[in-house]
Design a binder for this molecule. Sequence first.
Ligand SMILES: *[C@@H]1O[C@H](CO)[C@@H](O)[C@H](O)[C@H]1NC(C)=O
Ligand SMILES: *[C@@H]1O[C@H](CO)[C@@H](O)[C@H](O)[C@H]1NC(C)=O
Ligand SMILES: *[C@@H]1O[C@H](CO)[C@@H](O)[C@H](O)[C@H]1NC(C)=O
Ligand SMILES: *[C@@H]1O[C@H](CO)[C@@H](O)[C@H](O)[C@H]1NC(C)=O
Ligand SMILES: *[C@@H]1O[C@H](CO)[C@@H](O)[C@H](O)[C@H]1NC(C)=O
Ligand SMILES: *[C@@H]1O[C@H](CO)[C@@H](O)[C@H](O)[C@H]1NC(C)=O
Ligand SMILES: *[C@@H]1O[C@H](CO)[C@@H](O)[C@H](O)[C@H]1NC(C)=O
Ligand SMILES: *[C@@H]1O[C@H](CO)[C@@H](O)[C@H](O)[C@H]1NC(C)=O
Length: 762
Amino acid sequence: MSPQKRLNTLGLFVNLVLSAFIFGSVCAYLFVNMRTFQLLAIGSVVLPAVALTPEQLITAPRRSDAVPNPSGEAALFSTGQYSFESHESSTVWDLIDLKSGKISQLTNDSNVAEIVWLGSSDSGLLYINSTNADIPGGVELWVSNTTDFEKSRYKAASLPASFSGLKTAITESGDINFLVYGQSYGNGTAYNKELAMKPFSTARIYDSIYVRHWDTWLTTTFNAVFSGTLEEKKSGQWATSRYISKGSLKNLVSSVKNLESPYPPYGDSSDYDISPDGKWVAFKSKAPELPRANNTASYIYLVPHDGSQNPGAINGPDSPGTPDGVKGDSSGPAFSPDSERLAYLQMTDVAYEADRRTLYVYTIGSKQTISVLAKDWDRSPSAAKWTADGKNLIINTEDRARNRLFILPADADDEFKPRNFTDGGSVASYYNLPNGEILVSGSAIWTSRTIYTATPEKGVTNVIFSANEVDPGLKGISPADVDEFYYEGNWTDIHSWIIYPANFDKSKTYPLLFYIHGGPQGSSADSWSTRWNYKVWADQGYVVVAPNPTGSTGFGDKLTDMITNNWGSYPYDDLVKGWEFVRDNFDFIDTDNGVAAGASYGGFMINWIQGNPLGRKFKALVSHDGTFVADAKISTEELWFIEHDFNGTFWANRDNYRRWDPSAPEHILQMDTPQLIIHSDLDFRLPISEGLSLFNVLQMRGVPSRLLNFPDENHWVTNQENSLVWHQQVLGWINKYSGIGASNPNAVSLDDTIVPVVDYNP
Ligand SMILES: *[C@@H]1O[C@H](CO)[C@@H](O)[C@H](O)[C@H]1NC(C)=O
Ligand SMILES: *[C@@H]1O[C@H](CO)[C@@H](O)[C@H](O)[C@H]1NC(C)=O
Ligand SMILES: *[C@@H]1O[C@H](CO)[C@@H](O)[C@H](O)[C@H]1NC(C)=O
Ligand SMILES: *[C@@H]1O[C@H](CO)[C@@H](O)[C@H](O)[C@H]1NC(C)=O
Ligand SMILES: *[C@@H]1O[C@H](CO)[C@@H](O)[C@H](O)[C@H]1NC(C)=O
Ligand SMILES: *[C@@H]1O[C@H](CO)[C@@H](O)[C@H](O)[C@H]1NC(C)=O
Ligand SMILES: *[C@@H]1O[C@H](CO)[C@@H](O)[C@H](O)[C@H]1NC(C)=O
Ligand SMILES: *[C@@H]1O[C@H](CO)[C@@H](O)[C@H](O)[C@H]1NC(C)=O
């Protein structure tokens, strides 16, 4: 009856409990849950469970990561929150005392866009003020301090456009060198949207492919990193010096044609770094000499902060130290504490966006081969940071459906296996503290934000904050709601999460919600999501099962790579076997009334399941932004993706594209399960025509179906008002067919519709 293999989901919490974190009655339940499902029946300890509703999810505080001050006594973070009463978002900046966990408000002024610590001071702050008194569309840099934010604040610089991504370093002479990024014209001038000339026609004209990306049509402007310097004047106040007083910031990117940094749509300040001595800037850009649409190649560029030389690639085709045969995407440049070395990550393959990232270290100015660290390690780190002594690197890596911190020496050889020192949940960001500890901000399926300290020697040492303990909407959610199991898949063991509803009672049965993640090279991970939140689905009265089938990341290269040219084979069979395993092993899951949902690749898989035998096992399906017509994949933007995943172009290898085609007649003829199709206009990755095609087919064949469309959303639904409708439709749809709607008066219903339904049926 019990799953074949079980990992301990709760390792982090064991640490938490050991470190004397007070969980009250929740602890008792935790220890019960850590054993087996049988022991769960002991459940005399009742959780104060409150179901997480879509409204609570959407209006719950969303906290940034916590950034420590130089002494490591306090950290700074922001909290954004949406209100369905005012229909507006607000942001508050808070300080958290890292010893006591006490939180105090710094400011809730809506003009404060970003704050960083000012130099070596423990109380000084530098922030971006999102308005500019003189330049419409510009921003300002302001200085303040933590003792009296309101009284001490003053303007230090006026910046001519909308900049963000502030990073700073103190120079030898005591100046503050800073970086920001914004849009640039080809000539290097910052692009200010409000001041730019608007043409009378809306036409767009293109001579090369890659005309649009994610949700944006490409224009002649691009992202660039800009540098500037603040000097402490005789008055004791900071003000801009040479670069800005000459009229503008220094554009560090535009002097080489076709460079762009950060890289859209999700590139941010982690695409660049400033050396601790303030002299150097490293940034990532796509390869300027290659077409953008069909390769992932990007290099790390190095440039003096004062822009006195043009940026040069350290790992480009002509760079002396470039490692042999390494041609893929570079990322995460990070200077060593002595400013002499630069760590970064790079993929090997030139056209595989999910290729393994490997860690490299470059010595500034050196013409020697860049050294590779732990080359044979079968994991793909997403970030690297140096320890204070410059001897080790701490990396954040997806590992078995978590994001864990690992440590390795800066001279690790090929065979070295880095060691993890965090366990549960997903690390979002981490900073060195002067006492050798690391301040971690993360999340888990059961909490939107955790802040804790850890050391490579002791693991988690102190849990400072967990949102589920504080936020009223998240009350009652705990690690006890989450478990995991492994089952025998098509060719290897497959991991799966299992998430229980509020007031879960093992002796009762709950319809299955089978969730299939996107990517396909991605994972269902132990992290919080505001878009596909397992707990929200479970609390309608389902048990959520979220497997990580073939194609998933974090379990080693083979599981990820086996999906290449196999979109509908191994993963589909893994899912069939997962569904059968659930049916045969969990008495509390009702598979007869189960439903399935997925987005992106998960949407494709739902569409594929609809036309295959597994589709008959579900009462309802939900596909969000899934592909339908095999040949239509060529309408996407990142062409390297389909060329890799289907092994070539669709004209040279059409069979590869058509082998698993949900729109093939033999699959259309099997389609019979009620399906909600969600597809939005700004999804340029998988254009809206895919969702429309499937909807037309289901309607023509009399299969109960509904189309949900957002004209202003891309591949994701992020606007809070749209998110509420999305949840209401998705949950209403599955509740209607699973029977939850009839049995639970509190469940979301399609009748609650807040948007009129267009239905011209005779
Ligand atoms: C900002 O915080 C102050 C002090 O807590 C409070 O009085 C004020 O109403 C808040 N303003 C906004 C816009 O939230
Ligand atoms: C932001 O800048 C504007 C324009 O200079 C100024 O009026 C306002 O007080 C500033 N607000 C803050 C919080 O710095
Ligand atoms: C913070 O600002 C207040 C008000 O301007 C000032 O009295 C105090 O000295 C400042 N503190 C620090 C540490 O700069
Ligand atoms: C750069 O180009 C923009 C757009 O054409 C123009 O408005 C701006 O004046 C130019 N800047 C310089 C320094 O020539
Ligand atoms: C990438 O596209 C360019 C044209 O934009 C073409 O010359 C080249 O062969 C393509 N490469 C691959 C691997 O498809
Ligand atoms: C490292 O990860 C393993 C699971 O692979 C976990 O059991 C262990 O607790 C983690 N180590 C620390 C120190 O958190
Ligand atoms: C694995 O999947 C492939 C492709 O669908 C199928 O041919 C094969 O029979 C499956 N293997 C097992 C052991 O089920
Ligand atoms: C197709 O697969 C072959 C064999 O695995 C490989 O050598 C080749 O590079 C692939 N072609 C493309 C375009 O991915």
